[in-house]
Design a protein around this ligand. Structure first.
Ligand code: SF4
Ligand code: SF4
Length: 371
């Protein structure tokens, strides 16, 4: 296991001390919780809010929670929500205006959360997704107001789902960068501990408050073995060599029609994707006309209205909309932002109601390009 920062180990129960230390520093701690039959990211107050002893079963178009006997705290893979929800919320009021006499007075609604956020349990794929959003939304003052001062406690992934392929995308299962502390959960028959790595001064100061011991070579070997098992557990793979070019060359492929025959253009894949960032604007006013607001909402390239321009939609067919999404994710995103737009989290596969699988569709297009 590669590491640059200080390494210590602590009992699993000390997670409560970590959460309390973050709260004492003024953070709202956001972490995984069980909500509405799924693992979702919400404000937590202590270890008891975490999905202890819960796992998930995922496949294309399928997601179920199930108990697990070992009491693992992070023994599941990604749920439907990503950290995008907290950094780039589904709805944001951009500004409001009130009439003063006969002139409107505009007030910007850029504001940081009342308390800075601490993200607990961020996986490698989602760290990569946050880094992508940092690039894409670098000039977005609403995003930056929420993003600044976020503390990140990462988790080295100890369980890959059947829809995961972060190893193919080079984003996981280990947390690589973008965190203050990184945890590896070591669940055994007699001991339940976390290996902790620090990466920033904040991480080091938090570590100083935790009841830890020196990490042993055995701890490091166990952590490395867990990551290796996770890497080989992944249910999906994607060959990324030449992928950008293959997808770009597939613009006229008949395969898009095959996908479109199944695709409902519901946009679920874009809502759950941790890197999809598209939005639309909505202006509202009250009945008196004295108060107006501008809101920004998540939008999807799968809706007909999204490409409406000059009296009609540019992408009027489902095939053209699926092609736009997959081509942007796996090809043109690189031209635009310098990385793939996909981090291999697998959410779009699990949460597609008809089980359309981005890895299978990409493979079909690759096979056409390289028969
Ligand atoms: S690929 Fe699946 S999730 Fe995405 S729009 Fe089509 S049916 Fe909906
Ligand atoms: S395209 Fe699918 S697998 Fe890739 S990052 Fe988005 S949701 Fe995850």
């Amino acid at each position: 296991m590669e590491h640059d920062g200080e390494l210590r180990a602590m009992g699993a129960e000390a997670l409560d001390v970590l959460i309390a230390a973050l709260v004492a520093r003024g953070y709202d701690v956001i972490g995984p919780t069980v909500r509405d039959g799924a693992i979702d990211l919400h404000k937590i107050h202590g270890m008891g809010d975490l999905p202890i002893g819960v796992t998930d079963e995922q496949e294309a178009g399928r997601y179920r929670l199930a108990p697990r006997a070992d009491g693992a705290v992070f023994g599941f893979s990604n749920g439907p929500s990503s950290w995008k929800r907290h950094l780039h919320p589904p709805q944001t009021r951009l500004w409001h205006a009130d009439l003063s006499g006969d002139r409107p007075v505009y007030v910007s609604d850029v504001e940081a959360p009342a308390r800075p956020m601490a993200f607990l349990g961020v996986r490698g794929c989602d760290l990569a997704a946050i880094a992508i959003l940092d690039t894409v939304l670098a000039a977005d003052e609403h995003y930056q107001a929420r993003r600044q001062n976020v503390a990140v406690v990462a988790i080295n992934c100890g369980q890959a789902g059947a829809t995961c392929f972060c190893a193919s995308m080079g984003t996981g299962p280990a947390a690589r960068s973008g965190f203050d502390l990184a945890l590896t959960e070591l669940v055994g028959d007699t001991k339940h501990e976390f290996l902790i790595e620090t990466a920033t001064p904040l991480g080091t100061s938090l570590l100083a408050e935790l009841p830890t011991r020196t990490a042993t070579d055995e701890d490091l070997a166990r952590a490395a073995a867990i990551l290796e098992t996770t890497r080989t557990q992944m249910g999906r793979t994607l060959e990324t060599a030449g992928l950008k070019e293959d997808i770009a060359a597939a613009a006229e492929s008949p395969h898009w029609q095959e996908v479109a025959a199944r695709c409902l253009t519901c946009g679920n894949c874009t809502m759950v994707c941790p890197t999809c960032f598209c939005t639309e604007m909505e202006d509202t006013s009250d009945l008196t006309g004295a108060h107006a607001e501008r809101w920004r909402h998540w939008e999807s390239c799968f809706t007909l209205d999204f490409s409406y321009a000059m009296g009609g939609s540019v992408r009027h067919s489902p095939a053209s909309r699926y092609r736009q999404w997959l081509t942007h994710k796996l090809s043109t995103w690189e031209d635009q932002f310098g990385t793939s737009g996909c981090v291999g989290c697998g959410r779009c596969i699990a949460w597609c109601p008809v089980g359309i699988d981005i890895t299978a569709e990409a493979k079909a297009l690759q096979a056409e390009a390289r028969p």
